[in-house]
Write a protein that binds this ligand. Structure first.
Ligand SMILES: [Zn+2]
Length: 184
C-alpha cells in the first residue's frame, strides 16, 4: 500500500490547533446559529469528497480550495482510479484551483484536506503559495506539515502557509478506519 495511511496511523490528536474544532464539529444542524466555526463547513465538503473516493476503492481523502469564501475546487484521492501515484486529493484540487484562478499562484486560497498532507502534497502547497492549510486527522506515519516534517511552514523555504489541524478530525479518522477495516 506504499505510503497509504494505516489504521494505526490514524489519530485525532492533532495538537492544540484542533481543540476548538472538536467542540464545533457536527453542529451545523443542531448547534446554535453563528457558533459553527468557519472552517467546519468547507471541511464537511471535503469529507463529502472523501466519501466519493471510497466508492472507487481509493483511500477516502478529500480536499477543497476556498477563495473569497467560495469553493473553487473540490477533489478526492484518485490514485487507484487513475493509477497515478500523484493523484492525491490535494494535488488534484490545487490543479483545479489554479485553472480556475488562471495562475499557479494561490496566495489568496485556503486548502482544506481531511488528512494531514504528505511530503508531496506539502511541497505542492509551498509551490502553489497557498496561504492557509486546514487539515482534519493527523497522519503520524506520513504527515508532512506537523507529524514527521513541517514542510509547509519551514522558515528556510520561500513560502510559509498558516497551518491549522484537527478540524472534523474524528469524522475523517472514522471514515479511514472503517475503510481499512472493511478491507481486512
Ligand atoms: Zn499527498
Amino acid at each position: 500500500m506504499g505510503s497509504n495511511p494505516t489504521p494505526s496511523a490514524m489519530s485525532t490528536s492533532a495538537g492544540t490547533d484542533g481543540a476548538a474544532s472538536r467542540d464545533a464539529h457536527g453542529d451545523a444542524a443542531d448547534g446554535a446559529p453563528g457558533e459553527v466555526e468557519p472552517d467546519v463547513t468547507p471541511m464537511a465538503r471535503a469529507l463529502d469528497e472523501a466519501r466519493a473516493a471510497e466508492r472507487h476503492g481509493d483511500v477516502p481523502v478529500g480536499a477543497v480550495v476556498v477563495r473569497d469564501g467560495l469553493v473553487i475546487a473540490a477533489r478526492h484521492n484518485e490514485r487507484e482510479l487513475t493509477g497515478d501515484p500523484t493523484a492525491h486529493a490535494e494535488v488534484l484540487a490545487l490543479r483545479d484551483a489554479a485553472a480556475h484562478v488562471g495562475h499557479w499562484r494561490l496566495h489568496e486560497c485556503t486548502l482544506y484536506v481531511t488528512l494531514e498532507p504528505c511530503a508531496m502534497c506539502a511541497g505542492a502547497i509551498v509551490n502553489a503559495r497557498v496561504a492557509r492549510v486546514v487539515y482534519g486527522a493527523t497522519d503520524p506515519k506520513a504527515g508532512a506539515v506537523r507529524s514527521l516534517y513541517e514542510l509547509a511552514d519551514d522558515p528556510r523555504l520561500n513560502h510559509r502557509a498558516e497551518i491549522v489541524g484537527g478540524v472534523l478530525a474524528d469524522e475523517s479518522s472514522s471514515m479511514l478506519k472503517a475503510f481499512f477495516a472493511a478491507r481486512r
